[in-house]
Design a protein around this ligand. Sequence first.
Ligand code: ZN
Length: 332
Amino acid sequence: MKSEINNLPLYTIGIDIGGSSTQLALVSEKGEVVARGSIERKKAHYDANLYVEELCSSIDQLLTGSDFSKTLLGIGIGAPNGNYYKGTIDSSVNLPWKEELPLTRILQERYQLPVVITNDANATAIGEMMYGAAQGMKEFYLITLGTGIGSGIVSNGKLLYGFDGKAGELGHLVIYPEGRQCGCGRRGCFESYCSARGVVATAIDLLNKHKEVASSLRDIPKESLTSKEIYNVALKGDSIAQETFRVTGEILGATLANLATFSSPEAIILFGGVTKAWHFLETPMRKSFDAHCLFAIHRPKVLRSSLPDADAALLGAAALPLSNRKIVKHEL
Ligand SMILES: [Zn+2]
């Protein structure tokens, strides 16, 4: 009987909890999505219990009519402030409920399966390792350049969690001590330059600094300027928009060189909306990276993610129970 079960394909459930919606999927160990579900954010979710009820009925729907439960290995969750050690979602400004939610315990009791949770950037890093650009790698950084900057650090094939589960907040490396105000309350963080918000701030700085230069960015109200719009304008040859990405690429390259100096990874993989402007970012980023890398050490590859945007964190979450078989849990 045991060998029969061993021959069956294994499945996991991946749950990607985001600010505006939750995506969930039944995924094979090869990364194939077999069934999907989603929950849109609603007012009722200010009560975490109601959110959990809706989540459980979505999981039940995924499993309805299938025999997958026999070969279901576990449930993996990526969430803002997902705490791997405690199995909780800690209070996050991006989520409607404000109390600490012990989600792994609730789901373990209900489904009698192993449940693993981590933050969304860590889940994306696992997605890259299992199915994306980091396949076969044991030492790499995944950096998400989105509205903010998230990151997952994999060392010796395992996510780096640190003492309290909060390792890898690379978006808040201070790169300019007297620089721009960051949402974390400090100044000059990497995130305030190389996230989508940082790109917008750089464009506004350049528009103010070069008032004599014509730019169609001046026709867009500053409060509705987006990095996507700046990219579209750059494609049409706008010099301020192109300069915005050149400056962003330079800062990005220098910061990645610092990371390379820290732990000599095999690769740094970039993901997220800002990388859509790769055409403009790549050359200044690589030039700056090469200029700032310490000569003596290995130069890691800098790669773009090969995972589809919408599914990276979901696939990574689904892979957590697979990868977790190799992770030794540390007790605090
Ligand atoms: Zn910060």
